[in-house]
Design a protein around this ligand. Structure first.
Ligand code: PGA
Length: 255
């Protein structure tokens, strides 16, 4: 069974509510996303309004982070229950910026993954090596550690429906995307790892994105790789024209 490409716009800490809603409307009305799943990931305040703007369309909404408790005295945090309530389907977990600036660890990623799955949300689990790790030849070991930790205690029945985003840290926001063959090699390695952790059937089903300086220019060659099932797009997702061109490249990769 073919995996549906998932193209997600990670807006990070950008866009006010009116800007986010206007973007969502333009995507829903003006972009042909036949055969591609499109996900918008606004900051927390815009989640509800964007979910409302895309309701009735195939476009889905993701949060950029979550806390693992359902409720309670955790000032500043947002729970999976609240994200569901706001209309989210997906949650980005373990983005390298969270790991780098906000103390996210493999262990907290795992707690968050289990928490969102408990509430019927789908995690987009981000993994990827830093430049020094790549230069030391540690890419596969780092990614193996991150994926294994993220999925510890996650049942096979739900694992198959999750999404992993391979995002080499040195490629994020730098304009230096991974070469398509290099990204393919890591995505293939992750799929084989999922096969070892679960089963070949789950490995065949799980979707593995690539992220890191994806643009309309390089999208087709990245998305054309057999084990790259979509993109997590930062900078190029902030403009409708650029993001639409990436969606377009994904639907062409299907042909
Ligand atoms: P970028 O960001 O496309 O700007 O490199 C990707 C990401 O951080 O998800």
């Amino acid at each position: 069974m073919a995996r549906v490409q998932i193209i997600a716009a990670n807006w990070k800490m950008n866009k006010t509510i009116p800007e986010a809603v206007a973007f969502a409307r333009e995507i829903v009305q003006g972009v042909d996303f036949t055969g591609v799943e499109v996900v918008l990931c606004p900051a927390f305040p815009a989640l509800g309004p964007v979910a409302e703007a895309v309701s009735g369309s195939p476009v889905r909404v993701a949060a950029q982070d979550v806390f693992w408790e359902d409720q309670g005295a955790y000032t500043g945090e947002v729970s999976p229950v609240m994200l569901r309530d706001a209309g989210c389907r997906y949650v980005i977990i373990g983005h390298s910026e969270r790991r780098q600036y906000f103390g996210e660890t493999d262990e907290t990623v795992n707690r968050k993954v289990k928490a969102v799955l408990r509430h019927g949300l789908i995690p987009i689990v981000c993994v990827g090596e830093r430049l020094a790790e790549r230069e030391a030849g540690e890419t596969f070991a780092v990614v193996e550690r991150q994926v294994t930790a993220a999925f510890a205690g996650v049942e096979e029945a739900v694992a198959a429906g999750t999404v992993i985003a391979y995002e080499p840290v040195w490629a994020i926001g730098t304009g230096k995307n991974a070469a398509p063959e290099d990204a393919q090699a890591v995505n293939r390695f992750i799929r084989e790892l999922v096969g070892r952790l679960y089963s070949p059937a789950t490995a065949a089903q799980i979707r593995i994105q690539y992220g890191g300086s994806v643009t309309p220019e390089n999208a087709a060659s990245l998305l054309g790789q057999p084990d790259i099932d979509g993109a997590l797009v930062g900078g190029a997702s902030l403009k409708v024209s650029l993001f639409a061109a990436i969606i377009n490249a994904a639907s062409k990769a299907l042909l």
